[in-house]
Design a protein around this ligand. Structure first.
Ligand code: URA
Ligand code: SF4
Length: 221
């Protein structure tokens, strides 16, 4: 099972978003409230890829609107990036969680490779429509979704890579009409949630902003 049979051919973003609500490509839809697709214009110069919606996103139906999203918004602004030119999405579209012991809270659970693979057709369909100058993977899950299972964010963060050439199955991420874009870049950095969990939050935040500034430099150049 995968999302493939639920992705409508030749759909625009709104069509993809609407169809994702009906996706049954893996078991994650069973306990989540709704699929959370993307936000931002299809013409965005910058594409940010996260992991999966969190608790707040699952309820609101929008990506990166909870605590990690607020931190990301601040980091994007501090790096001098234009939020209006940003398209934000996730590697997995339904919230994966385990209930807390008392059943009151939903604790984030990391999607496994099976769930990531099942959901990948949505990400690929998005990239058929997008034409980014810079693509940023936020954290390990996004890094693996874009660059393959052996990609290590800790080793490769902040380094500009050719896009989509550096992607795993690069042909999947090329735009439909022009094949491989000539001069786009990709870059991986830590997930904003990792900043929230860090012992030294200020240092972790500064690291995230520094990586985003590398992306800003690639955009300007
Ligand atoms: N974390 C993510 O990776 N994506 C979201 O949309 C929210 C939190
Ligand atoms: Fe479909 Fe992805 Fe949701 Fe699984 S997580 S049901 S593949 S949208």
């Amino acid at each position: 099972m995968s999302a493939a049979e639920f992705v409508p051919p030749a759909a625009d973003l709104d069509g993809l978003r609407a169809a994702a609500l009906g996706c049954r490509g893996c078991h994650l839809h069973e306990h989540a409230t709704q699929a959370v697709f993307s936000k931002g214009p299809v013409s965005a110069r910058l594409v940010l890829v996260g992991e999966q919606p969190g608790d707040v996103e699952d309820r609101r139906g929008e990506p990166f609107v909870g605590p990690a999203g607020k931190l990301l918004d601040r980091a994007v602004a501090d790096a001098g990036l234009d939020p209006g030119q940003t398209y934000t999405t996730n590697a997995v579209k339904h919230f994966k969680f385990t209930p807390s012991a008392n059943g009151q809270r939903r604790i984030h659970a990391t999607p496994d490779s099976h769930e990531m693979g099942a959901c990948r057709p949505w990400l690929v369909a998005e990239f058929r429509l997008l034409d980014p100058e810079v693509v940023i993977a936020l954290g390990a899950t996004a890094g693996k979704a874009l660059f393959g299972p052996s990609f290590r964010v800790t080793k490769s963060r902040g380094v500009l890579l050719p896009w989509p050439a550096a992607a795993a199955h690069a042909e999947d991420f090329a735009r439909e009409d022009d094949g491989v874009s000539a001069s786009a870049f990709a870059l991986a950095t830590i997930h904003p949630s990792a900043v929230l969990r860090a012992d030294d939050r200020d240092a972790a935040y500064a690291g995230l902003v520094a990586d985003l500034k590398v992306a800003a430099g690639a955009l300007a150049g």
